[in-house]
Design a protein around this ligand. Structure first.
Ligand SMILES: [Zn+2]
Length: 247
Protein backbone atom coordinates (compact mmCIF):
# COMPACT_ATOMS: atom_id res chain seq x y z
CA UNK A 1 0.00 0.00 0.00
CA UNK A 2 2.91 2.37 0.68
CA UNK A 3 3.73 2.35 -3.01
CA UNK A 4 0.11 3.02 -3.93
CA UNK A 5 0.04 5.94 -1.49
CA UNK A 6 3.24 7.28 -3.02
CA UNK A 7 1.65 7.12 -6.47
CA UNK A 8 -1.47 8.85 -5.15
CA UNK A 9 0.73 11.65 -3.78
CA UNK A 10 2.32 11.92 -7.20
CA UNK A 11 -1.08 12.12 -8.86
CA UNK A 12 -2.19 14.72 -6.36
CA UNK A 13 0.93 16.83 -6.88
CA UNK A 14 0.19 16.87 -10.60
CA UNK A 15 -3.52 17.55 -10.02
CA UNK A 16 -2.73 20.51 -7.75
CA UNK A 17 -0.27 21.81 -10.31
CA UNK A 18 -2.91 21.43 -13.05
CA UNK A 19 -5.50 23.19 -10.85
CA UNK A 20 -3.14 26.15 -10.54
CA UNK A 21 -2.45 26.21 -14.28
CA UNK A 22 -6.14 26.06 -15.16
CA UNK A 23 -6.90 28.80 -12.65
CA UNK A 24 -4.16 31.03 -14.05
CA UNK A 25 -5.43 30.42 -17.57
CA UNK A 26 -9.00 31.18 -16.52
CA UNK A 27 -7.92 34.46 -14.94
CA UNK A 28 -6.07 35.54 -18.07
CA UNK A 29 -9.06 34.68 -20.25
CA UNK A 30 -11.41 36.53 -17.90
CA UNK A 31 -9.21 39.61 -18.11
CA UNK A 32 -9.14 39.43 -21.90
CA UNK A 33 -12.93 39.28 -21.94
CA UNK A 34 -13.12 42.27 -19.62
CA UNK A 35 -10.84 44.26 -21.93
CA UNK A 36 -12.94 43.34 -24.94
CA UNK A 37 -16.11 44.35 -23.08
CA UNK A 38 -14.61 47.69 -22.08
CA UNK A 39 -13.53 48.44 -25.65
CA UNK A 40 -16.96 47.45 -26.95
CA UNK A 41 -18.72 49.76 -24.48
CA UNK A 42 -16.49 52.68 -25.47
CA UNK A 43 -17.02 51.99 -29.18
CA UNK A 44 -20.78 51.83 -28.68
CA UNK A 45 -20.63 55.16 -26.86
CA UNK A 46 -18.70 56.74 -29.74
CA UNK A 47 -21.15 55.25 -32.23
CA UNK A 48 -24.05 56.86 -30.38
CA UNK A 49 -22.27 60.21 -30.31
CA UNK A 50 -21.53 59.98 -34.02
CA UNK A 51 -25.22 59.37 -34.72
CA UNK A 52 -26.15 62.33 -32.53
CA UNK A 53 -23.68 64.56 -34.36
CA UNK A 54 -25.06 63.43 -37.73
CA UNK A 55 -28.54 64.40 -36.56
CA UNK A 56 -27.35 67.85 -35.52
CA UNK A 57 -25.63 68.34 -38.88
CA UNK A 58 -28.84 67.34 -40.64
CA UNK A 59 -30.85 69.76 -38.53
CA UNK A 60 -28.43 72.51 -39.55
CA UNK A 61 -28.99 71.69 -43.24
CA UNK A 62 -32.75 71.88 -42.74
CA UNK A 63 -32.48 75.24 -41.01
CA UNK A 64 -30.17 76.57 -43.75
CA UNK A 65 -32.71 75.52 -46.38
CA UNK A 66 -35.49 77.19 -44.38
CA UNK A 67 -33.43 80.37 -44.14
CA UNK A 68 -32.79 80.42 -47.89
CA UNK A 69 -36.45 79.86 -48.61
CA UNK A 70 -37.49 82.61 -46.17
CA UNK A 71 -35.08 85.04 -47.77
CA UNK A 72 -36.43 84.24 -51.22
CA UNK A 73 -39.94 84.91 -50.02
CA UNK A 74 -38.74 88.13 -48.42
CA UNK A 75 -37.20 89.22 -51.75
CA UNK A 76 -40.37 88.50 -53.71
CA UNK A 77 -42.48 90.34 -51.13
CA UNK A 78 -40.16 93.31 -51.55
CA UNK A 79 -40.84 93.25 -55.30
CA UNK A 80 -44.56 93.02 -54.69
CA UNK A 81 -44.34 96.05 -52.44
CA UNK A 82 -43.37 98.17 -55.48
CA UNK A 83 -46.52 97.22 -57.32
CA UNK A 84 -49.22 97.35 -54.64
CA UNK A 85 -52.32 99.36 -55.44
CA UNK A 86 -53.69 100.09 -51.98
CA UNK A 87 -52.48 101.08 -48.57
CA UNK A 88 -54.21 98.06 -47.14
CA UNK A 89 -52.27 95.76 -49.41
CA UNK A 90 -49.08 97.66 -48.72
CA UNK A 91 -49.54 97.20 -44.98
CA UNK A 92 -50.30 93.48 -45.44
CA UNK A 93 -47.14 92.89 -47.50
CA UNK A 94 -45.07 94.96 -45.10
CA UNK A 95 -46.39 92.92 -42.19
CA UNK A 96 -45.58 89.71 -44.03
CA UNK A 97 -42.03 90.95 -44.63
CA UNK A 98 -41.60 91.79 -40.96
CA UNK A 99 -42.74 88.31 -40.05
CA UNK A 100 -40.29 86.76 -42.52
CA UNK A 101 -37.46 88.91 -41.22
CA UNK A 102 -38.19 87.96 -37.64
CA UNK A 103 -38.27 84.30 -38.56
CA UNK A 104 -34.98 84.64 -40.47
CA UNK A 105 -33.31 86.28 -37.47
CA UNK A 106 -34.48 83.45 -35.25
CA UNK A 107 -33.19 80.86 -37.71
CA UNK A 108 -29.84 82.63 -37.93
CA UNK A 109 -29.55 82.56 -34.16
CA UNK A 110 -30.41 78.86 -34.09
CA UNK A 111 -27.82 78.21 -36.80
CA UNK A 112 -25.22 79.98 -34.67
CA UNK A 113 -26.00 77.65 -31.73
CA UNK A 114 -25.98 74.59 -33.97
CA UNK A 115 -22.62 75.58 -35.42
CA UNK A 116 -21.15 75.85 -31.92
CA UNK A 117 -22.67 72.55 -30.82
CA UNK A 118 -21.35 70.77 -33.89
CA UNK A 119 -17.85 72.15 -33.34
CA UNK A 120 -17.78 71.16 -29.68
CA UNK A 121 -19.19 67.69 -30.34
CA UNK A 122 -16.80 67.09 -33.21
CA UNK A 123 -13.86 68.06 -31.03
CA UNK A 124 -14.99 65.75 -28.17
CA UNK A 125 -15.54 62.96 -30.63
CA UNK A 126 -12.07 63.33 -32.10
CA UNK A 127 -10.51 63.29 -28.63
CA UNK A 128 -12.45 60.20 -27.67
CA UNK A 129 -11.55 58.42 -30.88
CA UNK A 130 -7.88 59.09 -30.24
CA UNK A 131 -8.14 57.79 -26.69
CA UNK A 132 -9.93 54.65 -27.81
CA UNK A 133 -7.37 54.02 -30.53
CA UNK A 134 -4.62 54.30 -27.89
CA UNK A 135 -6.47 51.96 -25.59
CA UNK A 136 -7.08 49.47 -28.40
CA UNK A 137 -3.35 49.45 -29.12
CA UNK A 138 -2.52 48.86 -25.47
CA UNK A 139 -5.09 46.09 -25.22
CA UNK A 140 -3.70 44.46 -28.31
CA UNK A 141 -0.24 44.40 -26.73
CA UNK A 142 -1.65 42.92 -23.53
CA UNK A 143 -3.55 40.36 -25.58
CA UNK A 144 -0.44 39.26 -27.41
CA UNK A 145 1.36 38.88 -24.10
CA UNK A 146 -1.59 36.97 -22.68
CA UNK A 147 -1.70 34.62 -25.65
CA UNK A 148 1.98 33.85 -25.07
CA UNK A 149 1.26 33.09 -21.41
CA UNK A 150 -1.68 30.89 -22.34
CA UNK A 151 0.45 28.97 -24.84
CA UNK A 152 2.99 28.24 -22.08
CA UNK A 153 0.24 27.17 -19.68
CA UNK A 154 -1.30 24.91 -22.34
CA UNK A 155 2.07 23.27 -22.91
CA UNK A 156 2.49 22.68 -19.17
CA UNK A 157 -1.07 21.35 -18.89
CA UNK A 158 -0.48 18.96 -21.78
CA UNK A 159 2.82 17.65 -20.39
CA UNK A 160 1.44 17.18 -16.87
CA UNK A 161 -1.69 15.57 -18.31
CA UNK A 162 0.54 12.90 -19.89
CA UNK A 163 2.44 12.37 -16.66
CA UNK A 164 -0.71 12.04 -14.57
CA UNK A 165 -2.06 9.38 -16.95
CA UNK A 166 1.08 7.31 -16.44
CA UNK A 167 0.87 7.59 -12.67
CA UNK A 168 -2.86 6.87 -12.51
CA UNK A 169 -2.40 3.74 -14.63
CA UNK A 170 -0.28 2.26 -11.83
CA UNK A 171 -2.85 2.80 -9.07
CA UNK A 172 -5.49 0.21 -8.17
CA UNK A 173 -9.17 1.00 -8.73
CA UNK A 174 -10.10 1.22 -5.03
CA UNK A 175 -7.64 3.90 -3.89
CA UNK A 176 -8.03 5.80 -7.17
CA UNK A 177 -11.80 5.88 -6.90
CA UNK A 178 -11.61 7.07 -3.30
CA UNK A 179 -9.12 9.77 -4.33
CA UNK A 180 -11.28 10.97 -7.24
CA UNK A 181 -14.39 10.93 -5.07
CA UNK A 182 -12.85 13.23 -2.43
CA UNK A 183 -11.36 15.52 -5.10
CA UNK A 184 -14.71 15.79 -6.84
CA UNK A 185 -16.43 16.74 -3.59
CA UNK A 186 -14.02 19.21 -2.05
CA UNK A 187 -11.33 19.86 -4.65
CA UNK A 188 -7.82 20.57 -3.40
CA UNK A 189 -6.14 17.77 -1.47
CA UNK A 190 -7.60 14.29 -1.22
CA UNK A 191 -4.55 12.65 0.34
CA UNK A 192 -2.83 14.28 3.33
CA UNK A 193 -0.14 13.44 5.86
CA UNK A 194 -0.81 12.10 9.31
CA UNK A 195 1.73 13.79 11.54
CA UNK A 196 2.24 13.81 15.33
CA UNK A 197 -1.04 11.99 15.82
CA UNK A 198 -3.24 14.29 13.79
CA UNK A 199 -4.56 14.77 10.26
CA UNK A 200 -2.83 17.67 8.47
CA UNK A 201 -5.91 18.12 6.27
CA UNK A 202 -8.36 19.08 9.00
CA UNK A 203 -5.97 19.18 12.04
CA UNK A 204 -8.15 16.84 14.08
CA UNK A 205 -6.44 14.34 16.40
CA UNK A 206 -6.50 10.78 15.13
CA UNK A 207 -7.29 7.79 17.37
CA UNK A 208 -3.87 6.41 18.51
CA UNK A 209 -4.59 2.96 17.08
CA UNK A 210 -5.37 4.51 13.66
CA UNK A 211 -2.14 6.51 13.72
CA UNK A 212 -0.19 3.29 14.35
CA UNK A 213 -2.01 1.57 11.48
CA UNK A 214 -1.18 4.49 9.18
CA UNK A 215 2.49 4.29 10.16
CA UNK A 216 2.48 0.63 9.19
CA UNK A 217 1.13 1.66 5.78
CA UNK A 218 -0.30 -1.69 4.73
CA UNK A 219 -3.95 -0.54 4.39
CA UNK A 220 -5.80 2.41 2.88
CA UNK A 221 -6.87 4.61 5.81
CA UNK A 222 -9.27 7.54 5.87
CA UNK A 223 -9.45 10.47 8.32
CA UNK A 224 -12.62 9.91 10.36
CA UNK A 225 -13.22 13.64 10.43
CA UNK A 226 -12.52 14.95 6.87
CA UNK A 227 -12.56 11.63 4.95
CA UNK A 228 -9.24 12.34 3.27
CA UNK A 229 -6.80 9.51 2.57
CA UNK A 230 -3.97 9.49 5.10
CA UNK A 231 -0.31 8.54 4.82
CA UNK A 232 2.49 8.67 7.36
CA UNK A 233 4.35 11.97 6.87
CA UNK A 234 7.75 10.27 7.19
CA UNK A 235 7.02 8.25 4.04
CA UNK A 236 6.85 11.38 1.87
CA UNK A 237 10.15 12.92 2.93
CA UNK A 238 12.26 14.10 0.02
CA UNK A 239 9.49 13.87 -2.57
CA UNK A 240 9.43 16.59 -5.21
CA UNK A 241 6.44 18.68 -6.22
CA UNK A 242 5.10 18.71 -9.76
CA UNK A 243 6.45 22.22 -10.35
CA UNK A 244 9.89 20.99 -9.33
CA UNK A 245 9.52 17.90 -11.52
CA UNK A 246 8.55 20.14 -14.42
CA UNK A 247 11.48 22.46 -13.92
ZN1 LIG B 1 -8.83 15.06 8.44
Amino acid sequence: MKDQLRLLRQVQAIDLYLDERHKAKGEIQKQLLEHKGMLKALSDDIEAQRAELAETVELRSRREAELAEGMERHASSKERLMNVSSTKEYNAVEKEMEGLKKKADETREQLEHLKEAIEVNQRHLNEKEEKIADLARQIQEVEQEAEGKIAILDKQILASGERIKESRAQIKQGPLRRYDFIRSRRGGRAIVAAQDGHCTGCFMSLPPQLFITIQRGSTLEICPSCQRILYFHGDAEGETTEAQAEA
